[in-house]
Design a protein around this ligand. Structure first.
Ligand code: NAD
Ligand code: G3P
Length: 333
């Protein structure tokens, strides 16, 4: 039987994921903030975000969240991390009881340091066993071209993870199930911060040794944070961990990487923001991730220096030498 899915958020990832769901045989109703975006989707093409993608006919859109959520068997959330709580306050009551609620977001809430699954559970009053996280190396423009990729579908309840994985499995998108929601979320949020650092290195003219060092040490600090929060160690070696770090830290398609490149070339945060005009989650979440790490006594030197650039206005060229001149230490600690 065809699964009815609501996708709330019609930007890059919401649109590409709607296409995955439709290709997997689901009927999809998207919610868009702007009527022109909804109209464009109903015409078969989301011009504002993924203009080259011909959307399947089973993807429709509306500006009415209640209409999108009506009779949804699976609910997918694809909005910026920092607006999620307000969005859920508005939509929460219309989310059908029993439907898995899928988070596509990769961020940590400012002020509360809550992960997106925690925000969903609290703000929409959804039981943790039906909150699902999808994460992995999934750059929307490549997904929209139907290039083969894998992802992780994590839920505390394995049967729910399996149900959502079945709803988004296609010949070119291969979801792997997991129960480590915390690990998947820590990986997804933190890789954006590491990608900012990797981009800064590239923008300063450094090559692959530097970026590989940042990625690897970024993985070390991501793992430290995740383990402190109770995540499974293997998650960090998987698609949500090392897989997404590689994609985001190396690809010019990553917004976080591109933002970092601009900072490395000497732009200010305001200049880079004005030039890119898109959701760059690491810029917002670096501070909440650092706070979360401090709350758990976890050392995250790369994240700390990214915060120094983003929040405190230090230059990329100042923070690199700070990372390199710290006391020597054993690699595995
Ligand atoms: N783009 C990707 O390749 C990709 C891949 C995996 C995960 N993600 C994650 O998915 C999430 C969404 O990213 P995206 O790429 O779709 O961003 P986007 O900027 O392309 O789209 C964001 C969407 O949210 C809407 N929006 C903006 N402000 C809003 C508000 N106040 N209330 C409600 N909606 C609002 C926009 O209109 C747009 O439809 C992020 O957390 C991102 O890290 C993105
Ligand atoms: O474009 P970015 O930097 O938000 O990254 C997109 C995805 O998270 C990559 O998996």
């Amino acid at each position: 039987m065809t699964t009815q899915v609501a996708v709330l958020g019609s930007g890059n990832w919401g649109t590409a994921f709607a296409m995955i769901l439709a290709d997997a045989g689901c009927d999809v109703t998207m919610w868009a903030r702007r009527s022109e975006v909804a109209e464009a989707i109903n015409g078969g093409r989301n011009e504002a975000y993924l203009p080259e993608l011909d959307l399947p006919r089973t993807v429709r859109a509306t500006v009415d969240p209640a209409e999108a959520l009506d009779r949804a068997e699976v609910v997918v959330l694809a909005v910026p991390s920092q607006t999620l709580r307000d969005n859920l306050v508005e939509w929460g009551g219309a989310i059908p009881s029993g439907a898995p609620v899928v988070s596509l977001m990769k961020g940590v809430e400012l002020g509360t340091t809550m992960r997106m699954s925690e925000v969903i559970a609290e703000a929409a009053d959804v039981e943790q066993d039906r909150v699902v996280v999808v994460s992995g190396p999934n750059l929307a423009p490549e997904i929209a071209r139907r290039q083969p990729a894998g992802g992780v579908v994590a839920c505390r309840d394995m049967a729910t993870a399996e149900r959502v994985a079945a709803a988004c499995a296609t010949p070119w998108f291969r979801p792997y199930t997991d129960t480590d929601v915390t690990g998947a979320e820590v990986c997804g949020a933190t890789k954006n911060v590491v990608a900012l650092a990797s981009g800064m290195a590239e923008g300063m003219g450094f090559g692959d040794n530097t970026k590989a060092t940042i990625i690897t040490r970024g993985l070390a600090e991501t793992t430290r944070l995740g383990l402190a929060l109770g995540a499974h160690p293997q998650t960090f070696m998987g698609l949500a961990g090392v897989g997404d770090l590689i994609a985001t830290c190396m690809s010019p398609l990553s917004r976080n990487h591109s933002f970092g490149v601009r900072l490395g070339r000497g732009m200010t945060v305001e200049e880079a923001t004005a030039e890119l005009r898109t959701t760059t989650e690491g810029v917002k979440s670096c501070e909440s991730i650092l706070t979360l790490a401090q709350q758990h006594d976890v050392d995250m030197p790369i994240c700390e220096q990214v915060v120094a650039v983003i929040r405190d206005g230090h230059s990329a060229s100042e923070v690199g030498p700070r990372l390199m001149s710290r006391d020597l230490k054993a690699e595995k600690h």
